[in-house]
Design a protein around this ligand. Structure first.
Ligand SMILES: Cc1cc2nc3c(=O)[nH]c(=O)nc-3n(C[C@H](O)[C@H](O)[C@H](O)COP(=O)(O)OP(=O)(O)OC[C@H]3O[C@@H](n4cnc5c(N)ncnc54)[C@H](O)[C@@H]3O)c2cc1C
Length: 385
């Protein structure tokens, strides 16, 4: 079913129901769901090819449950990333063992490489009827009577500008969102940076999902594709300049101090890639909507990556937006009500995890724990002598 009745050709016609700016976890899933709802969707991304995004890859159960509901989980599993059914967390002398919290009957978490996950979502969007234009940058928005009515696009090299019109422009263009900047989306909530993070991929480690914490330190091992394990270390933000100066040794040193058993295991394997990382761990909520525009994913909300929520949040926002819009996209009043409902429910849904993440990101000692990382259900508590 196609809901749009508009014809192409006349510049004044609305050609697309929706233009989605950004084709990664937030944009591709939003575009896919709106196309499956029968809307005519254009999705653009300035990247020509999909590269690995900065990410420690972990998808929480609600995110995996969304992939399952959308019928794309089998393709993700087929990439060979192992199911993560047990998690072990070490904090000082306490070890907690458990399972990631089950959602909608999905028993495992997954951590697929982003260069594999993101194309699966893009393909699902295209299969649903989305018109996808890579290598296309949105340079500006079109406004009429205070309302966003389209985008100005160009190739990344800056040639041939095009104008595309739509009833709704979705900014899924990441933390440094052009859409958010052009609509001057107000910042609703902002907190200081707390951490910086570096990680790499290692061979020869046991395929076990583990986290380790100590005051000012946090380490994780996350099994991913091709038998590799992602090894990540978090540091306090004030150490960023020093850590960036020698990230490989800083990473190994943090692992040695925080997770000596992992450092020993690493001796049997080797580093498979460069060390990746960032200190740009912003914490904010932007206003999520306005006339003719809405923000999803990192464009509207970002938090420290220590709780590994961004992908799951992106999927939940995509689903929430599609549910709120329903069949009301073509009537401006219904659309406006739907976008306001989306913004309200987004804040309600994401605020508790935002607060929890800030607490986690301070990396203060909290043993014995009253809360647990990565949404685990504990079934065993051990004391290390
Ligand atoms: C170090 C680190 C570790 C992380 N680990 C995890 C984790 O383990 N689990 C987890 O769930 N999350 C994690 N995250 C967060 C997660 O990676 C992000 O929340 C998620 O990638 C956001 O997706 P997005 O689609 O909103 O934005 P992005 O992935 O940033 O995609 C935005 C897209 O928009 C495109 N774009 C931007 N501007 C324009 C423009 N003007 N025109 C056209 N296209 C444009 C870009 O090319 C890009 O493809 C981590 C983040 C970091 C930094």
């Amino acid at each position: 079913m196609t809901r749009t009745g508009a014809a192409a050709g006349n510049k004044e016609d609305v050609v697309y129901d929706v233009i989605v700016v950004g084709a990664r976890v937030a944009g591709a899933s939003t575009a896919m769901l709106l196309a499956r709802a029968g809307y005519r969707v254009l999705m653009v991304d300035r990247d020509r090819v999909v590269r690995d995004a900065l990410s420690t890859l972990y998808i929480h159960q609600p995110g995996v449950a969304a992939l399952h509901r959308w019928n794309v989980l089998p393709e993700v599993v087929a990439t060979g990333c192992p199911p993560l059914e047990r998690i072990r967390h070490t904090a000082g002398h306490t070890v907690l063992e458990g399972t990631p919290c089950r959602t909608d009957g999905v028993p495992a978490a997954y951590a697929p490489r982003r260069r594999l996950l993101d194309p699966i979502l893009i393909r699902a969007a295209v299969d649903a009827g989305v018109e996808y234009r890579p290598n296309t940058s949105v340079n500006d928005l079109l406004f009429e009577d205070g309302r966003v009515v389209g985008v100005r696009t160009g190739s990344v090299r800056g040639d041939a500008e095009h104008i595309e019109r739509a009833r709704l422009v979705v900014g899924a263009d990441g933390m440094h969102s052009t859409v958010a900047a052009r609509v001057r989306a107000p910042v609703l909530l902002q907190d200081p940076h707390h951490t910086c993070v570096y990680y790499t991929y290692w061979s020869g480690l046991p395929p076990r999902l583990r986290t380790f914490e100590a005051p000012g330190r946090w380490v994780a091992t996350i099994p991913t594709n091709d038998g590799a394990t992602l090894v990540a270390a978090y540091f306090r933000q004030e150490l960023f300049t020093a850590v960036r100066g020698d990230a490989p040794n800083a990473l190994l040193g943090q692992v040695e101090k925080t997770a000596p058993e992992v450092r020993e295991e690493m001796a049997a394997g080797h580093r498979l890639e460069h060390v990746h990382g960032t200190g740009d761990q912003r914490n904010f909520f932007r206003e999520a909507q306005g006339p003719g525009w809405v923000l999803v994913g990192d464009a509207g909300h970002h938090k420290d990556s220590i709780t590994a929520q961004g992908i799951t949040d992106a999927f939940c926002q995509a689903q929430l937006l599609a549910d709120c819009v329903g069949d009301g996209l073509q009537d401006p009043e219904s659309l406006s009500t739907a976008l306001k409902r989306f913004a309200e429910q987004r804040l309600d849904a994401l605020l508790p995890a935002y607060r929890g993440t800030l607490k986690e990101a301070r990396m203060e000692s909290r043993v014995p724990r009253t809360d647990v990382p990565l949404g685990m259900e504990i079934d065993q508590e051990l004391a290390i002598p």
